[in-house]
Design a protein around this ligand. Sequence first.
Ligand SMILES: *Cc1c(COP(=O)(O)O)cnc(C)c1O
Length: 222
Amino acid sequence: MSMVAQNLSAVLHTLPEGVQLVAVSKFHPVEALQQAYEAGQRLFGESRVQELNEKRRHLPADIRWHFIGHLQTNKVRQLIGNVDMIESVDSDRLLRLIDKESAAAGVVTRVLLQVHVAAEETKFGFLPDELSEWFRSGGYTTLKATHICGLMAMASNTDDDERVRADFHAVAGLMARIKAENPDLRGFDILSMGMSHDYPLAIAEGATHVRVGSAIFGERKY
Ligand SMILES: *Cc1c(COP(=O)(O)O)cnc(C)c1O
């Protein structure tokens, strides 16, 4: 069994029933993804548009791709129709553009809205209060070809487990609040949070999807 297959199996054994694994394969070669595929993995996460499209061409068509990186508006068109989900929608402007391009292409794009709860200013996303307000004002009701399936977040990059847990807890709380305040919101139930070093905490706080890269594929060489 390949190292990737062994790592994948070890990670899968730690996931409770119902939690889905997004295998984050960014910066790793097609061969590594192929090994994960042969071990049964079908859901992969990539953070760069060109890299995703390139890998997609070389790998089986039943792979579901999640885009998880910061998406520049000039790259949106290259992604529409090629991905199962865009997890990293971090602005209203980007969402509107995805909606417009999806409608033009005749597809419905599934997205998550990225929430910024981490301490680092460099991370992207809606602030929690901003997002509550966006939903309250009905921002989603005018979308034509986009389905908002839930939220995505990254915790602070720290060894302080309590801070990490508090970040995940805040996102789960935000999700519950949005649902309660917008009862007509349908199919809003995915909570994507947790990476290699912190996914058990994310699961404890209610993650439905975890995005795990280096624990499966090894360290990335940038
Ligand atoms: C790279 C990345 C991950 C995976 O990180 P690992 O530490 O390798 O598990 C998860 N989520 C996002 C948004 C990423 O960019």
